[in-house]
Ligand binder design. Structure first.
Ligand code: UP5
Ligand code: MG
Length: 208
């Protein structure tokens, strides 16, 4: 994708930090196309005839990372479809696609590959909070979510992978000056105030 035509914002943060919740709010105010890598993987897992179903299911339950080829292909297809259907970017200019890519890249190899083969990201929004907050939220959600990874054993493994594989990605983008850290411990509304300002700032120059 041509960086003149698309703006990509990565949304990172630990399991249950609030990525999906805040992205849903940002979509309403800023007309992004929101793509959650986890949601795309879960949809692929359930797609009839998918050759990756079992692989994805195992990775998600074990809190490990699905091989990047699978995830990047799903993201690229979803971005292309959104561009084709004109589902993005009606907020500021007609011809720019604005994407919030949620829960990706979670590992350095994915980050480098995406930058190289898909497009460069403009910004990384990093939702930070404590493991206790994340655990409480996920266990609460687990009562009704039906997500196979919302149980204590899987959550512990997700925390481990997050620390070993995803924190280095955040540090990498921080060293490039691309990370906006947002404390996501507060209420949904108070976190949204913080993140809304960050996005407002990015767009106020008219460049993205
Ligand atoms: N909630 C949210 N904000 C709140 C607030 N401020 N106050 C109180 N409650 C709040 O929120 C989680 C829960 O908390 C919800 O019930 C919400 O109402 C409440 P949510 O917004 O869903 O948090 P989010 O950060 O999106 O949590 P999620 O569980 O989706 O994060 P993960 O990063 O663990 O999950 P994801 O779907 O991204 O990935 C799942 C798995 O897929 C990974 O473990 C991995 O195995 C695989 N994967 C890959 O292999 N590669 C990828 O690139 C991506 C995923
Ligand atoms: Mg999510």
């Amino acid at each position: 994708f041509d960086n003149e035509k698309v703006t990509v914002i990565f949304v990172l943060g630990g399991p249950g930090a609030g990525k999906g919740t805040q992205c849903a709010r940002l979509v309403k105010d800023f007309h992004f196309c929101h793509l959650s890598a986890g949601d795309l993987l879960r949809a692929e897992q359930n797609r009839e005839g998918s050759q990756y179903g079992t692989l994805i299911q195992t990775c998600i339950r074990e809190g490990t990372i699905v091989p990047m080829e699978v995830t990047i292909k799903l993201l690229e297809h979803a971005m292309a479809a959104a561009m084709r259907e004109g589902k993005t970017g009606d907020g500021w200019s007609e011809d720019r696609g604005r994407f919030l890519i949620d829960g990706f890249p979670r590992k350095m190899d994915q980050a480098l590959k995406f930058d190289e083969t898909v497009c460069l990201s403009t910004l990384v929004i990093y939702f930070s909070t404590t493991e206790q907050v994340m655990l409480d939220r996920l266990l609460e959600r687990g009562k009704t979510s039906g997500r196979e990874d919302d149980n204590v054993e899987s959550i512990k493994k997700r925390f481990r992978t997050y620390k070993s594989d995803t924190m280095p990605v955040i540090e990498h983008y921080a060293s490039l000056g691309k990370v906006a850290e947002v404390n996501s411990s507060g209420s949904v509304d108070s976190v949204y105030k913080l993140v809304g300002d960050v996005v407002e700032d990015i767009f106020s120059g008219g460049k993205y």
